[in-house]
Design a protein around this ligand. Structure first.
Ligand code: PLP
Length: 417
């Protein structure tokens, strides 16, 4: 029953304030009152330089500034402008050219792609499967359209992808639902920094193929690649894509690609959902149903962002400028994560296996209490279930080196009382 006066809860549990936003505000307040040198704000999900300023790719800004008035002002087609559609396939897949039907629908960031996939490939009341550590908005989106999130255990006790847990959850859910949407956020998973390697991918593919082999059920695999361009080598981290070719027609792959991080266009709200299927009819249907959902929620997307991406991909020199600029920041980020991990290993801080990305996750009991205690020392992290999410994207490498020991001390202080 809802406590709202006018609003309808519609089975959603709606917090009064976004948790991460709330902790970030506390960090900002402390920095203003006591000096920024007293605060380590590891809550932010954007890449900041060592001075705490948002990293913005200047080569992208240059393109934006040179757009025409029409590029800003005119409506875009619902599914995206034709040149954006071409460009975003290259942005997502790199040099790999899928041997599959790949239709595209533009979305406002990766978030829109996640929403449209859940909306169109699950039924009201269904459970959507993802790993036990997951990005909170998956649940927000699911709840908002009357679904829920179910989870499997991401890693086993050797720190490898937990194929056993994944298989058992896939089978369990398919035994009670007609279909299943599975969300895998890789590489550089938020919040752990885990990346599936090719062996993990082969396991995933075999499991889902087996699970729907009798043709009675269907499965949609949503690959959320929001951090693909910050994982490391561009070619290396795209090697899993070919494994997604040639799947049976009752398995649909949807790639959620976002320009937020890759092109530092967080606020311009641009991205796309790209399907991969061997069946043309299913690809056409994807375009029809997802464009319909787009029309029924945000209508069309930001045309200036589309024009920017299209322009970058129409000029190889410009593309190489953007890529090189990003690579330098990617190197900085990877270095921060590795430094955190090394210090954590040195002092014996228990982390979820980290590969790359914006975040690391420290396992601990009583994460909320540990988080609050750390705040007293000016360290701001985000408690996420059975651990703390630390954004290495928003703190310097020096801080990444010193943070693990401070966190470990606080965990011991809180849990050994
Ligand atoms: N998926 C994950 C796991 C994310 O962390 C994010 C952004 O933080 C996104 C998707 C997509 O974000 P956006 O909608 O800004 O592109």
């Amino acid at each position: 029953m809802s406590n709202y006066r006018m609003a309808e809860a519609n089975h959603r549990i709606i917090p009064l304030e976004d948790k991460i936003f709330g902790i970030n505000q506390k960090a900002k307040k402390m920095a203003a009152e006591e000096g920024s040198e007293k605060v380590i704000n590891a809550t932010i999900g954007s890449l900041l330089d060592d001075n705490g300023n948002l990293v913005i790719l200047s080569s992208v800004v240059e393109v934006l500034k040179n757009l025409t008035s029409l590029d800003y002002a005119e409506y875009a087609p619902i599914a995206g402008t034709p040149d954006f559609i071409k460009a975003i396939k290259r942005a997502a897949f790199g040099s790999y050219v899928p041997r599959a039907y790949t239709e595209v629908v533009a979305t406002p960031g990766g978030t829109g792609a996640i929403r449209n996939t859940i909306q169109n490939y699950s039924k009201r009341g269904d459970q959507v499967l993802t790993s036990d550590w997951y990005w909170g908005p998956y649940s927000t989106i699911a709840q908002d359209i009357e679904r829920t999130i179910a989870t499997f255990t991401l890693t086993d006790d050797k720190g490898k992808f937990n194929a056993v847990s994944f298989e058992s959850k896939v089978k369990e859910l398919l035994s009670i639902q007609d279909g299943l949407v599975v969300i895998l956020n890789t590489p550089a998973h938020n919040p752990t920094g885990y990346s599936l390697d090719l062996e993990d991918w082969n396991n995933v593919i075999n499991i889902i193929k087996n699970a729907v082999a009798d043709g009675k059920k269907k499965l949609t695999l949503l690959v959320d690649v929001a951090y693909l361009d910050y994982a490391g080598d561009e070619e290396e981290y795209r090697k899993f894509f070919p494994l997604l070719e040639g799947l049976p027609e009752n398995i649909l792959v949807v790639v959620a690609y976002s320009l937020s991080k890759s092109y530092t266009m967080y606020g311009m709200r641009s991205g796309a959902m790209i399907c991969m299927t061997g069946d043309k009819e299913i690809a056409d249907e994807f375009k029809t149903v997802c464009a319909f959902s787009a029309r029924g929620t945000w209508s069309n997307c930001n045309r200036a962002a589309m024009a920017t991406l299209a322009r970058i991909f129409s000029d190889e020199i410009l593309l190489s400028k953007v890529t090189h600029e990003r690579q330098a920041y990617c190197k900085m980020l990877v270095q921060r994560g590795k430094s955190f991990q090394k210090s954590a290993n040195d002092v014996g801080l228990n982390m979820v296996p980290f590969d790359a990305g914006f975040f690391v996750t420290v396992r601990c009991e009583n994460a909320d209490a540990v988080g609050l205690e750390l705040q007293k020392e000016g360290i701001f992290t985000v408690p996420v279930g059975k651990g703390l999410r630390v954004s290495v994207a928003s703190i310097s490498e020096d801080k990444c080196k010193t943070l693990p020991i401070s966190i470990l001390k606080t965990i011991k202080k809180v849990n050994e009382q």
